[in-house]
Design a binder for this molecule. Structure first.
Ligand SMILES: [Fe+2]
Ligand SMILES: [Fe+2]
Length: 377
């Protein structure tokens, strides 16, 4: 064993200098200051649980089980109920003012919501969207190669919804979809922060680096959510228009966020959450290229509207590659069971995305739900 040495080695020296540099005190422009005046995420303050969730939360386990059992026969209503309720419940995890105990704890309500949430999640994973059967890999290198391939070929990445947006969608449908994307992405930095919990080694470093990017590497105007602030400010109706839209946001637009939140907040699903996030990051660039093509077609040249999408086309292929490398080069080495969980999460994400995009496409075109090529739902 080496004796301790009080002089810093080069590894420790690395951290003697702040990664923030002079950023904390460097002045921001007036327009940056002005955009930071808005509460973010731009959610309404809590005003009570929706009545159906209130009833579900405050009833006993057996009554909940019966209710879910009955809903299974009505596929659309079943999905709507599960995802509307979970979406409301998850707001309370993130600490923003749309949650019932964001400023004052409410022990009884939080316990009841937690138990309702576990029951809803079990329902999702048992009946609505179970973990699919996936190939097994003995080592993390072959699993990483497999996930690189899955990222290019899954049913969500080349979904026809994005061709529709690029070539056919009228402006109002594009605007609606952009607002949906804003809602889906408004707390990604917190989702990435949650993903760091329970990981170690290379995987943790990769996710922490991703979080540092989400936080603009310390520059307020480069926070990814700042690009969303610019998008909201420049969109029809501005912040008020966005608030109006939120109340009619379709339930199916929450499928991927809910899937992610479910995996991120359950201790047993840490590795599934990593695989899920890998897939979500990998399809950002192909999807956003189609959205930018839609903007070209509709003569939307405003940088404030385009920046979120253009920036992610540049950044997210690297994030996806790094997440695959985080698996490939993970130390300590992963067990086959841990590797299996990452692959499971990746497939679950692909399927959640496919279902969500099927619903959007059907909603916009009035056609029956599109079934992707490896459709099972
Ligand atoms: Fe981002
Ligand atoms: Fe990213």
């Amino acid at each position: 064993m080496k004796t301790s040495n009080t002089s810093l080695d080069s590894g420790a020296q690395q951290q003697a200098r702040s990664v923030l540099g002079g950023r904390l005190s460097s002045p921001v422009t007036e327009s940056v200051d002005q955009l930071y005046e808005h509460y973010f995420p731009p959610v309404p303050a809590y005003e009570g649980l929706p009545s159906e969730l209130h009833a579900f939360v405050h009833t006993d386990t057996e009554s909940r089980r019966k209710q879910l059992n009955e809903l299974r026969g009505n596929h659309q209503e079943y999905g709507r109920f599960l995802h509307s309720c979970l979406g409301e419940i998850y707001t309370n995890i993130f600490g923003y003012h749309d949650g019932p105990s964001a400023s004052v704890p409410d022990d009884d309500l939080e316990v009841a919501m937690f138990s309702a949430r576990i029951q809803l999640e079990r329902e999702v994973l048992t009946h609505w969207l179970p973990f699919p059967d996936v190939p097994r890999f003995e080592n993390q290198e072959t699993a990483a190669d497999y996930l690189d391939e899955l990222a290019d070929t899954n049913a969500g990445v080349h979904h026809p919804l994005f061709d529709y947006l690029a070539t056919d969608a009228p402006r109002e449908n594009l605007d609606m979809f952009l607002r949906g994307e804003t809602i889906r992405n408004e707390i990604v930095d917190d989702e990435v922060a949650l993903l760091t919990v329970g990981l170690q080694g290379t995987q943790k470093a990769v996710v922490a680096a991703n979080l540092w990017d989400e936080c603009g590497r310390g520059k307020l105007e480069n926070f990814h959510t700042f690009w969303l602030r610019r998008l909201i400010e420049a969109s029809p109706g501005g912040w008020e228009g966005f608030a109006d839209y939120r109340s009619s946001h379709p339930w199916f637009a929450k499928i991927t966020s809910n899937t992610n939140a479910m995996l991120l907040t359950r201790p047993a699903y840490v590795q599934q959450a990593y695989g899920c996030f890998l897939i979500f990051e990998s399809w950002v660039a192909p999807h956003f290229r189609k959205i930018l093509a839609a903007m070209d077609r509709l003569h939307i040249h405003d940088d404030d509207i385009r920046i979120y999408f253009a920036a992610h086309v540049a950044v997210d292929p690297r994030h996806a590659e790094e997440l695959a490398d985080g698996l490939r080069f993970q130390r300590p080495r992963m067990t086959p069971e841990e590797i299996h969980k990452v692959v499971q999460g990746a497939h679950l994400a692909a399927e959640a995305g496919r279902i969500q995009y099927d619903h959007w496409l059907s909603f916009f075109t009035g056609q029956p739900l599109y079934k992707g090529k490896d459709s099972s739902v």
